[in-house]
Each structure stands twice: as structure tokens, then as C-alpha cells.
Design a protein around this ligand. Structure first.
Ligand SMILES: O=C([O-])CC(=O)C(=O)O
Ligand SMILES: [Mg+2]
Length: 158
């Protein structure tokens, strides 16, 4: 994903399966819906249209996500409660933080093909994020990519 998408606290790392959401700018209903459908090992990936004037995510949603086994979220948009999210240790990757609340009147879609950070993301793609940002590996390419890892990994003990 492009370099706008950053970890919201130092040391945040995530890897898991994409659970996708597309939401109208600043709108919350589909984010909350995703939270109740996504499950263990999922990373919620939100196409928020890059809108930065309202936060789509915060500490309460992070706590609920942890309860459900969701392993992190990636938002092309803004979040809030970053200090509390860091205390929870929940990995959140987003463009920015802002204290302003989301709106609750328009739904989007969950579980469809979306664009996030300039990349196409399909449900089930592998999402990996760390201090450098986030990459998406298409589900069909995961075996190939993992199969090549031993050749690029440093030697044991090295
Ligand atoms: O308004 C919201 O639900 C987002 C938020 O602050 C939280 O999850 O704590
Ligand atoms: Mg909050």
C-alpha cells in the first residue's frame, strides 16, 4: 500500500486475512457491521476513501475486535484514541488520527473487492504490516510468496 498508510503506534505489527469494508467518507455503520462478522485471524481493511475529517475507529472498537480474535485493522482514512489503542496493543494502520466522531447514517459494503492505500484488496488476501507500512499479497499468490521466503531469509544463527 502507498506510504500514507502508517502504523498508529511504534512497534505495531500485523499479519492476517483481509476482511474488507468500503464505507462512504466518515460513515460508521459498515465498520461496526464488519466488527461483528470478521473473526479470528482476520485483519479488517477499510476503504474509507482517504477521508481524514472523521475517525472511523477508536479504542472501544479495538477492544471489541480483540474480544473477537480480529488481529488488526488497516484504514484508508482516520482513527482516534491512539494512546489507548497503543495501551491495548491492538495493531492499527491508518493515514492519520483526528478526535472527530464518525457519522452513523450511511452504510457501505462488507466482503467485497475494495481499494485501500492505492491497492486492490480482495477478501482473504494476506495483509502484513509493520513499521515500514502495509503490503497485500493476493490470496492466489500466498503459497508462491511463502515458498520463496527461505531463499531470502538470513542463514540460521546469522
Ligand atoms: O466512535 C467510535 O465508535 C470510534 C471510537 O471512538 C472508539 O471505538 O472508541
Ligand atoms: Mg473512542
Amino acid at each position: 500500500m502507498d506510504a500514507r498508510i502508517r502504523p498508529m503506534w511504534p512497534g505495531a505489527r500485523v499479519s492476517g486475512r483481509a476482511f474488507t469494508v468500503r464505507t462512504p467518507p466518515g460513515q460508521h455503520p459498515s465498520v461496526k457491521e464488519a466488527l461483528e462478522i470478521a473473526g479470528p485471524g482476520d485483519v479488517i481493511v477499510i476503504d474509507g476513501a482517504g477521508f481524514l475529517e472523521r475517525a472511523l475507529w477508536g479504542d472501544r472498537l479495538s477492544l471489541r475486535a480483540q474480544e473477537r480474535g480480529i488481529v488488526g485493522i488497516v484504514v484508508d482514512g482516520a482513527v482516534r484514541d491512539v494512546a489507548l489503542i497503543e495501551e491495548l496493543g491492538f495493531p492499527v494502520f491508518a493515514v492519520a488520527s483526528i478526535p472527530t466522531a464518525p457519522q452513523t447514517d450511511l452504510a457501505g459494503e462488507v466482503g467485497t473487492v475494495i481499494e485501500c492505500g492505492g491497492r486492490r484488496v480482495e477478501p482473504g488476501d494476506l495483509v502484513v504490516g509493520d513499521a515500514d507500512g502495509v503490503v497485500v499479497v493476493p490470496a492466489a499468490a500466498v503459497d508462491d510468496v511463502l515458498g520463496r521466503l527461505p531463499r531470502v531469509a538470513p542463514p540460521a544463527g546469522g
